[in-house]
Design a protein around this ligand. Structure first.
Ligand code: NAD
Length: 433
């Protein structure tokens, strides 16, 4: 089967490459010529564990090609995945420009029955919007097509594993033919008994927003519990463990920290609030979740301030810039807000991240980058862990302490034991403990 994936970003590139791995013939399409030129050479423009090897293998075996020519890709494909970005506008509503552009191109180049599957996270009602645009631009051709919703739940950093072994596959479709084709596409997942939910388009679109809003709620909830723990002398890590063992609650997404970031939670929480507001409904819980998350980042700056006193002229070593480990993605990363606030207070920042430093250079100025954690820690007045990359979990603490000017250690991800850190002579601060 020939398929194409339009948009070769974090989602589209993983989707296309994994479908090629399933044995399908895939064209990855993007209008970013630089990205496509890299991909044609087998170079991944993003860091995602295992992805580049899989791209190279499937290019070599001839199942995966990359192109900027959307027209040809649409013409030869039975299934067209839309995986372009849906960024937030200034007011929080979803920017549909890229989706509309792609729908128009699909309409113009429709040459036979096709399934158009939306992987991008889109407001409820987008399936119908895409259908109308395609219909408008394919008018006169009298070609039959189906628009379905197939939201993606992969996590950056473990995207391939998540795509290959998802918790569930959601297909929102109103046509038996389209459903049968999707089942065929995903047949390798049937073999490993992945649950499939087949529903209507609107419900599928809603499942994605509801899932992300709920996960963001868990994070803001535990962050508020952490803030209370600090006041009453409780330990949020143990509280989370005690809560999480209750199967009705579950242990995931109960890690206190500097607030959620990334390309999904911030935009999708804003998005669902807007979607609800458009229908005259005020989504109170998620509005609070967003507010708590913004405040949590500010609280981290306050925490650093109160640990260090006057910040002017001080040097802080920052470990971790990406919004989470195992990705180079900096979109809405808490590090960006925290570093900018510290810089405004007169702090000099030195930073190290295993993958995100190149991307960071384009976004924030006046950071001195180091080659490893010790390189940035040398002579600093405090060290702050913002992203919990594995390599930060086992730092040589003796060495660190000997090279820092002041042994102030702010662990915003709670990866070290407070008692041990104090024993080692650090002034140690974490979140909710
Ligand atoms: P991204 O910005 O990394 O990738 C989008 C790609 O689309 C870019 O490469 C861009 O050049 C391309 N594009 C834009 N307009 C185009 C056009 N007209 N023709 C061809 N290509 C075009 O975004 P992403 O993180 O992959 O997210 C894509 C969608 O998937 C979003 O709706 C997002 O909410 C959703 N999603 C993301 C994740 C994630 O972890 N990143 C997870 C699940 C769902």
């Amino acid at each position: 089967m020939n398929i194409c994936v339009i948009g070769t970003g974090y989602v589209g590139l993983v989707t296309g490459t994994c479908f090629a791995e399933f044995g399908l013939n895939v064209t990855g399409v993007d209008n970013d010529e630089r990205k496509i030129a890299l991909l044609q050479k087998g170079i991944s423009p993003i860091f995602e564990p295992g992805l580049e090897e899989m791209i190279k293998k499937n290019l070599r075996e001839g199942r995966l090609v990359f192109s900027t020519e959307i027209e040809k890709a649409v013409e030869k494909s039975l299934v067209i995945f839309i995986a372009v970005g849906t960024p937030p506008r200034k007011d929080g509503s979803v920017d549909m420009t890229y989706i509309d552009e792609v729908a128009q191109k699909i309409g113009e180049n429709l040459n036979g029955y096709k399934v158009i599957a939306t992987k991008s996270t889109v407001p409820v009602g987008t399936g119908e919007r895409i259908r109308k645009v395609i219909y408008q631009y394919s008018k006169g051709k009298k070609v039959h097509f189906d628009v379905i919703s197939n939201p993606e739940f992969l996590r950056e950093g473990s995207a391939i594993e998540d795509f290959m072994r998802p918790n569930r596959v959601i297909v929102g479709a109103n046509s038996d033919q389209a459903i049968a084709i999707m089942k065929d596409l995903y047949s390798p997942l049937y073999l490993i008994e992945t649950p499939f939910i087949v529903t209507n388009v609107e419900t599928a679109e809603m499942i994605k927003y509801a899932s992300n809003a709920f996960l963001a709620t868990k994070i803001s909830f535990i962050n508020e519990i952490a803030n209370i723990c600090e006041k009453v002398g409780a330990d949020v890590n143990v509280v989370a463990k005690g809560m999480g063992l209750d199967q009705r609650i579950g242990s995931k997404f109960l890690h206190a920290g500097p607030g959620y970031g990334g390309s999904c939670f911030p935009k999708d929480t804003l998005g669902i609030v807007k979607i609800a507001a458009k229908q005259g409904y005020r989504f109170e819980i998620v509005r609070s979740v967003i507010k708590v998350n913004e405040k949590q980042k500010e609280r981290m700056v306050e925490k650093i301030k109160s640990a260090m006193g006057n910040l002017k002229g001080k040097t802080i070593a920052v470990l971790g810039l990406s919004f989470k480990p195992n990705t180079d993605d900096l979109r809405e990363a808490p590090s960006l807000t925290i570093i900018s606030a510290l810089q405004r207070l007169g702090v000099k920042i030195r930073a190290y991240d295993p993958q995100a430093m190149e991307a960071a250079q384009k976004i924030i100025k006046n950071i001195e980058y180091g080659k490893d954690p010790y390189d940035v820690a040398r002579g600093c007045d405090a060290l702050v862990i913002i992203t919990e990359w594995n390599q930060f979990r086992n730092l040589d603490l003796k060495r660190l302490k000997s090279i820092m000017r002041n042994p102030v250690f702010l662990d915003l991800r709670n990866i070290y034991e407070p008692a041990r850190m104090r024993e080692m002579g650090f002034k140690y601060f974490s979140v909710g403990r």
